[in-house]
Design a protein around this ligand. Structure first.
Ligand code: CTP
Ligand code: MG
Length: 336
């Protein structure tokens, strides 16, 4: 999050075009915040070996969407200019990258991922190949975060709550941070009056514009300056973050019918689990773009109960007034 602006989009140019200035910048960036210069250079070098015009690394996830903490990992997506999708040859890049760095490959994920840990900075990172939809949902989340300052705080709180209760790690059978962010955004859309609109439902004319990526429509209204004129409820909700947080816990423990409905931030009208044929799971969260993706699909019954209990307990704890802060509790500020 403290990265210099240039690091956020490092362009890796073909060798002949690479200037001393480019190398210097690359090294400076790597030294300053993330000394993985070999990694960047190896991506670049392999680009030459495989005659790919250029490779681009782009940040997504919480380092870009506005919902990051100091401990958040670094989500990086690699794409090659001139190649629409990752083919076999591109995937072999990752194999070579593994031997160059002590990196952990995750081949069971939806897109191939290389995980790494950087000892000096303590940063954890993921490099995924062609996670293009993630770049779009990162932009969508960033727009929601920019609409109202309370959005960012509430989503932070939601993520800290999930981490503290041990229910926020998809690789260990629970839900990802991304899923909890969607949960918080959905609540803010359903609140009366709403805090945020459904950006995917705001457009000119009769028909929603089509912007296809990997076969899914990634259109959403991102002209935030024009939003007040396009969304009549803008600024109507004046609740405090505390009220909203309690409201969220109450919503997911007393109001929302998990059996009937899907948590879906792409439309305001209720979406049923029956409609989606997703009736075998209790917590059903639809990805805003990849409509076949239920983020709760990996939850066991046991984990679902554990998550629901955390919410019920949270509702009880936060809903009970306290006069002093118990000193033995870890400070939530450690997460920021
Ligand atoms: N993502 C996705 N589908 C998932 C999980 C994640 O598309 N099932 C993408 C999203 O773009 C998300 C990014 O991967 O923003 C990173 O996911 P995650 O690490 O769970 O969320 P962060 O917001 O980065 O949270 P943290 O701060 O805990 O790293
Ligand atoms: Mg992340």
């Amino acid at each position: 999050k403290d990265c210099p602006e240039e690091f956020k989009k490092v362009e890796l140019e073909p060798l002949p075009a690479m200037t001393a200035r480019f190398l210097k910048t690359l090294n400076q960036i790597c030294e300053q915040c993330f000394s993985t210069s070999d990694l960047f250079l190896s991506v670049f070098f392999l680009g030459q070996v495989f005659h790919c015009p250029s490779a681009r690394l782009q940040l997504f996830g919480s380092s870009k969407n506005g919902f990051g903490f100091r401990q958040s990992d670094l989500d990086i997506c690699m794409v090659l200019d001139g190649q629409e999708t990752a083919d076999v040859r591109t995937r072999s890049w990752l194999g070579i990258l593994f031997s160059l760095r002590n990196i952990l490959p995750i081949t069971t994920a939806k897109v191939p991922i290389v995980k790494f840990y950087h000892v000096r900075t303590g940063l954890e990172g993921d490099i995924s190949l062609y996670n293009t939809l993630a770049l779009h949902n990162t932009h969508l989340l960033a727009c929601y975060a920019a609409i109202d300052w309370r959005v960012k705080i509430l989503c932070y709180v939601m993520k800290v709550f999930a981490k503290m209760c041990d229910i926020g790690d998809a690789s260990r059978g629970s839900l990802s941070s991304y899923a909890y962010t969607l949960l918080a955004l959905f609540f803010l859309q359903q609140r009366n009056p709403p805090v945020i609109p459904v950006l995917q439902e705001i457009y000119d004319g009769e028909k929603k514009p089509e912007l296809l990526v990997d076969g899914w429509n990634v259109y959403f209204f991102d002209d935030l300056k024009a939003l007040p004129g396009r969304w009549p409820q803008h600024g109507k909700n004046v609740e405090t973050v505390g009220q909203l947080w309690l409201g969220l816990l109450q919503f997911y423990t007393e109001v929302f019918d998990f059996r009937e409905h899907v948590i879906s931030i792409r439309q305001l009208a209720p979406l049923t689990t029956f409609n989606k044929q997703w009736t075998s799971k209790y917590i059903v969260i639809e990805d805003p773009f990849d409509l076949n993706h239920n983020l709760g699909s990996g939850l066991s019954r046991r984990m679902t109960n554990f998550i629901m209990k955390a919410f019920i307990n949270g509702r009880k704890v936060f809903g009970t007034p306290v006069t002093s802060y118990p000193p033995e509790y870890p400070s939530p500020m450690e997460y920021f």
